[in-house]
Design a binder for this molecule. Sequence first.
Ligand SMILES: Nc1ncnc2c1ncn2[C@@H]1O[C@H](COP(=O)(O)OP(=O)(O)OP(=O)(O)O)[C@@H](O)[C@H]1O
Ligand SMILES: Cc1ncc(COP(=O)(O)O)c(N)n1
Length: 568
Amino acid sequence: MTDTVTSPAAALAPHPAASFVVAPTPSAPRVLSIAGTDPTGGAGIQADLKTIGALGGYGMAVVTALVAQNTRGVHSVHVPDVGFLVEQLDAVSDDVAIDAVKLGMLHSTPLIDAVSDWLEPVRPAIVVLDPVMVATSGDRLLDAAAEQAVRELCRRVDLVTPNLAELAVLVSTDRAHVARPRTWSDAIAQARHLATTTGTTVLLKGGHLDGVDCPDAIVTASAVDEVPGRRIATTNTHGTGCSLSSAMATLAAEQLRQAPDEEVDWVAALRAAKAWLTGALEHGAALLVGEGNGPLDHFHATRAALRAVTAHEDAGLADAGLADAGLADAERGAAGLGDGSDSPALAAALDPDADRRDWAARQWTATTALRAEVDALDFLVGLRDGTLDESAFRWYLAQDALYLGQYARVLARASALAPTADEQEFWARSAASALEEEASLHRARLGDDPDAHPEPSATTLAYVNHLAAAADSYGELVAALLPCFWLYSDVGIRLAAANREGHPFGDWLGAYGDPAFAAATAEAIAIVDRAAAATGAAERGRMRRAFARSMQHERDFFAVPTTGIGAA
Ligand SMILES: Nc1ncnc2c1ncn2[C@@H]1O[C@H](COP(=O)(O)OP(=O)(O)OP(=O)(O)O)[C@@H](O)[C@H]1O
Ligand SMILES: Cc1ncc(COP(=O)(O)O)c(N)n1
């Protein structure tokens, strides 16, 4: 709601300013999934809610059909009365401002009509349609007679996400049947036709093609933007379409939350969604769920982050954060006010200090999509599976050595600015460790090879310049320094786990997971949290930008050795 408050309650407001309320921005996009269920949690509404949560959204769900299914197939489908569907839809829209809707299994024409009629007046800014027709197991989830209704629905949404078989149905007509495209260029031609005839943006999915690549594309009547991807060798693909469409709805709504006046950049959303999805596909099998086509691990990145923090509880960090949050809840409970989570405005009013608490953890969560992108970079994938080109690895090491030399200077600056002796000592120790690491890189790995001592790349320079630019304010500086600790620890968990007998980078991978470095990371997080709690909102805003920018520099640093972009 962005309206001026005119209710009787507002008339009683004690302060004149309170009668002119501009809606605050919610802390997360509010995303509604309208879809069927999967009791094993891999597809449908369950997958949608996990995806929305994993990418930082607030998930809501309206059930179209109850599906008795598991990873091996569908047993039966129960569809409640369409009137009850409408009641669920109204219950949400009567009460909650919806930033994005994802439409999944719609089952049959009466349900499609009911959803269309509801969409008309409610009109959330983003509507994504996954035109679910047949499950991976081959079971039908849409009445054949409802295909025309889905074609018509395509015109009323912002993005439609067909797989190859669904695309062919959508471009067919009652009179002319179009065959499923067999090649990527045929698929693009069909997607273009769909975009032209419906006026809707199409996310064309290459999951059902053969080959080592797994591209997707954003197709409009006038442009085709391909987003490349690697095919993961896994049978854990149940619910990939559901998860991708929910990811797109969430990421698009997040774009609008941050920049309400800009157009949605679907290509940027797809890049981030695909990077996250690739990680979720890679980690799915380890969940050991089901004997058929298992699910993805939607929370793979969150799980890794939690491990990084909780593995070093000794430092008292995680406990400190939880204790703070617990106290706040208890205070609200005692006041009989609930937790305020149903209303961001109420939450902010009840807890004006919320931005001071768990500051670092919240910045970390805000970079979930970027971290998924980092994990999916060719450099890190190659380092994990041993296929990385040796010269790309040596190039990285040489740049890392150059970076560490400058990074040590900035750490020393943090020591000079530190408000306490403990913090002064921590940063001084960290500066010394960075210099030792730089020296050992040269001694043990790069040797006297002249190629191993190049000029700093544009990316290395940009990163160290960014750190140096933060050096006037302690809060900003420590926020800028934190990603180097935290991301390195986090990425290291998966690198260490990939080590095996005979791994070509085994000795390098063996150095990750050092408990002393994890403890230093925990200490750096605690220091940054204290700095955020001690300062004002404006400085915290600068800290947030400094942290986010360092995360981007970290990503770019890992990307250059294999892409060559920013290497000059
Ligand atoms: N083996 C894989 N490796 C990497 N990405 C994949 C793989 N399989 C599917 N994808 C990706 O998953 C997303 C969904 O694509 P897909 O073509 O499988 O859709 P779908 O058939 O609707 O999904 P579902 O399996 O849920 O029915 C796309 O981004 C696609 O590129
Ligand atoms: C409720 C519901 N919606 C969608 C799918 C498609 O997912 P998949 O093709 O991966 O089985 C499904 N199985 N169940």
